[in-house]
Design a protein around this ligand. Structure first.
Ligand code: DAH
Length: 393
């Protein structure tokens, strides 16, 4: 992206991920992610005209301060670990969420609302709904606190109004009056419910639910889930922004809500896209199916057969699943559809731990030959030994 960064002992981002930084799928007019982004922006601008400013080109390389500290992440929060996050070096990382830009945009007090869309990066497992890069839209909305000054509510009334069952676990912040917290939370919930009703307008009998959640940067907090193929699928995290964040960005006079929504999850449902790798496809049979402004159902062009290969090894104590996933991604790229742990045991005498993974190889656009998969699997076996310190069995 036109800038040099020195590597150091924190560097854990590899070439296959770096390549993705320049793709900017959410800015390609006929891409499903861009179509979804435009649909939500359009809906939000109709709901509250002139309130939301859209931003979609912020640099994915941010400091740990922006991604974590400014959002009040605890010093030992697992999200900070290099097993979960891609570090460019000790001082720079690939944003793990769009919330990384909250403190920057809040400091600029010229707008009461933001819709911020971006690619985000996380080290994660390998399957049809997880990919090291995905896209989020962050919504932020702030209100002048003085407008709630005349309103009174008891804490119990406010918790009941916003649907919080346990006020000790998911509290109203001590800096907020119950009435203002409830007003902001209800605005948040109705805004998000209207977003999903709009996005899934064609689906009859859509089922969704609010779960109480914990995020370091909001309280109370919730996530919203929709029912998909009999499973609850998490679509957003959201909540009332911690007042310390408002205070630290020069907004003591304001109170706000924020949400972060996963665009792929929603787009997979809307467009019937069965595998998250397809979003990255440059195959014309994928790209030619979508047109700006229209929601169409994806017509699969491939049911190419999968090819399974197992790999088992003794693991060192430092072994982490995500390190293994990363090697699979670097070596096999997008022909790895899933890497699933199928067996795990500890030897009763030696105490050594063993793991067995089944790798499902499948290309979106062709049938893989056994010889080709064998060659990839062999390179994977060597790379896991070198990079994860395992002993093959
Ligand atoms: N950043 C969170 C994530 O990626 C999602 C989120 C939760 C964003 C709550 C928010 C929020 O703005 O208020 O998991």
């Amino acid at each position: 992206m036109g800038k040099d960064y020195a590597t150091d002992s924190w560097t854990n981002v590899g070439p296959s991920v770096l390549e993705k930084l320049e793709r900017r799928l959410h800015l390609q007019a006929n891409h499903p992610l861009a179509i979804l982004k435009a649909k939500i922006e359009h809906h939000m601008n109709e709901a509250e005209p002139g309130v939301y400013r859209s931003l979609d080109s912020l640099n994915p390389v941010v400091s740990p301060k922006l991604n974590f500290d400014d959002l009040l992440f605890e010093a030992d929060h697992p999200g900070r670990r290099p097993t979960d996050t891609y570090y460019v070096n000790a001082d720079n990382l690939l944003r793990t969420h769009t919330s990384a830009h909250q403190s920057t945009v809040l400091r600029d007090r010229s707008s009461r609302g933001y819709l911020l869309t971006a690619d985000v990066y996380r080290r994660d497992e390998v399957d049809q709904t997880h990919y090291p890069v995905f896209h989020q839209m962050e919504g932020i909305r702030t209100f002048d606190r003085s407008q709630f000054a005349g309103q009174h509510m008891t804490e119990a009334e406010a918790l009941a109004a916003m649907g919080v069952k346990d006020g000790a676990k998911n509290p109203i912040q001590r800096q907020h009056t119950p009435a203002e917290a409830a007003a902001v939370a209800l605005h948040l919930k109705s805004t998000l419910e209207n977003v999903i009703k709009n996005v899934f307008a064609s689906e009859k009998g859509l089922q969704w639910r609010w779960n109480e959640e914990y995020f370091p940067f909001t309280s109370p907090s919730w996530e919203l889930e929709v029912l998909y193929n009999g499973k609850w699928l998490e679509l957003f995290g959201s909540g009332v922004v911690r007042q310390e964040i408002m205070d630290n960005t020069g907004n003591s006079d304001r109170i706000g809500w924020a949400f972060g929504l996963g665009l792929e999850r929603i787009a997979m449902r809307m467009f019937n896209i069965p595998d998250i790798r397809l979003f990255w496809s440059t195959d014309e049979r994928f790209t030619s199916q979508f047109r700006a402004g229209s929601i169409s159902s994806f017509v699969p062009f491939s049911k190419y057969p999968p090819c399974y290969k197992d790999i088992s090894f003794w693991t060192p104590p430092t072994f982490h699943d995500n390190d293994f996933s990363e090697v699979v991604r670097e070596i096999a790229g997008d022909i790895a559809e899933e890497a699933k742990l199928i067996d795990e045991f500890t030897h009763p005498k030696t105490g050594r731990a063993s793991r067995c993974y089944r790798i499902n190889y499948r290309a979106m656009d062709r049938t893989l030959t056994n010889a080709e998969v064998d060659e990839v699997q062999e390179r994977l076996r060597q790379a896991v030994v070198e990079r994860c310190g395992v002993e093959l069995r």
